[in-house]
Design a protein. Structure first.
Length: 242
């Protein structure tokens, strides 16, 4: 319980302290948007690093050398717990946003930081607006900004090797941008928090970055096959690392 209290306190204090930083970055972004984005990324890195250290998480990363570093990519992973984001983000080589529900953009301070790292907010209740968000996300990918997506749509509370049905948003973005897709297999994050809520328990986490999938020549009608391929790759890696 102590780790949960410390982690929660760190999050709250960091968000409050970040208020003047947000203002400085906003002003800085008026003259140097890319530099602002890089600075925001470093602040978020510190934020997640602190949560990892307080929570006592030990992480093994596999396949970091497989991540394309010269262009934007779509990262696809299974979704086991709130610590999925915390444990993966700091290993992305470039500016990376998340595909997130629009409600998160309305959380004070938190939503602003998400916007600063180029998160893509989707209004699930409005198909037209959701489609436009995916199109804008694809444009960002063409400019080198990556996108991280949990295609299950929500945290999977079942068996780690039984993924929830993948939603198509991530693959629509990849289809529009014709960018590589990097499957990510996460094991161990659910045991940190969700299985013994509200306690935070130190656990070993394994995160494997699998071989990128080239979508350049994939026919438009075949991205359902790409989705199935991603699911198979992630399940196999989860089994291997469990």
């Amino acid at each position: 319980m102590i780790r949960f209290i410390l982690a929660a306190a760190f999050v709250i204090i960091t968000l409050i302290v970040s208020i003047p930083i947000l203002l400085i970055l906003w002003l800085f972004g008026l003259i140097a948007p890319h530099a602002r984005d890089l600075a925001a990324r470093q602040v978020v890195h510190f934020f997640f690093w602190g949560v990892i250290k307080i929570s006592g998480i030990d992480i093994t990363y596999i396949g970091l050398d497989k991540i394309p570093k010269d262009r934007g990519v779509v990262f696809i992973s299974n979704h086991r717990g709130v610590f999925d984001i915390v444990t993966t983000y700091n290993k992305f080589p470039g500016i990376t946003g998340y595909l997130a529900k629009i409600e998160l953009s309305r959380i004070p301070l938190f939503g602003l930081w998400m916007k600063f790292v180029h998160c893509i907010f989707v209004d699930r209740s409005n198909h037209e607006k959701a489609t436009e968000s995916l199109r804008l996300g694809a444009e960002e990918l063409k400019h080198g900004i990556s996108c991280y997506v949990f295609p299950e749509g929500t945290r999977n509370k079942g068996e780690a090797t039984q993924l929830l049905p993948f939603k198509g948003g991530a693959f629509k973005i990849a289809e529009h941008a014709r960018c590589p897709i990097v499957p990510i297999a996460i094991t161990g994050t659910r045991e940190i928090f969700e299985t013994q809520f509200p306690r935070v328990i130190p656990r070993h986490v394994t995160i494997e970055f699998c071989d990128p999938i080239d979508t350049t020549n994939v026919p438009s009608g075949a991205f359902r096959d790409v989705s199935d391929q991603c699911e198979k790759i992630i399940v196999e890696a989860v089994k291997r690392n469990s």
